[in-house]
Design a protein around this ligand. Sequence first.
Ligand SMILES: NC(=O)c1ccc[n+]([C@@H]2O[C@H](COP(=O)([O-])OP(=O)(O)OC[C@H]3O[C@@H](n4cnc5c(N)ncnc54)[C@H](OP(=O)(O)O)[C@@H]3O)[C@@H](O)[C@H]2O)c1
Length: 161
Amino acid sequence: MNNTPTRLLIHGASGRMGQALLRLAAEDSLLQVVAAVVRKPPAQRVVDGIPHFAASELAGVPAFDVAIDFSLPEGFDPVLALCAERGAGFVSGTTGISERQQAALTAAATRIPLVWATNFSLGVAVLAELVERAALALRDGIATSSSPIMYTRRMRRPVPR
Ligand SMILES: NC(=O)c1ccc[n+]([C@@H]2O[C@H](COP(=O)([O-])OP(=O)(O)OC[C@H]3O[C@@H](n4cnc5c(N)ncnc54)[C@H](OP(=O)(O)O)[C@@H]3O)[C@@H](O)[C@H]2O)c1
């Protein structure tokens, strides 16, 4: 088994999600945050051993394996471009990205591993999958085929007293 930690860049590190990611990564020996990126130049350059960078300094961040981006649409393009340029993985939960940005994601997906989702909640993902399956199953109208027969039989069955 490979015990080499995965090197992470956390983009949007000062935000609610970014802070949660930093906390979780610190608890996992197989993860190493090598860069935390925020919008403006950070007040402290190194926090808990993690180098911090401004968005404008993105090109100078050290080597990383995967960038995790929970920022704003304004910050989305440079971090996606950096991952594509360096051949790194890209995970993003940033919402509100434009059609142009979604097209850039699709193009980048041919070159780097990436995942973008507007909701990373497991429950929501399962619910969306179930709704999709139900929509497919009901597409041709179950009610027009088997349902009326079942209904008729039930109606004829004597009601127990
Ligand atoms: N997919 C999901 O399941 C999920 C769940 C929760 C949130 N989200 C989305 O994730 C994003 C972050 O949410 P949040 O609640 O953590 O927001 P937040 O607390 O407002 O944090 C935003 C972060 O983005 C940084 N940022 C803003 N503009 C930037 C830019 N131009 N370049 C680089 N970094 C920039 C901010 O840095 P500064 O502090 O320097 O401004 C901050 O670190 C939002 O798009 C939100 O909708 C998605």
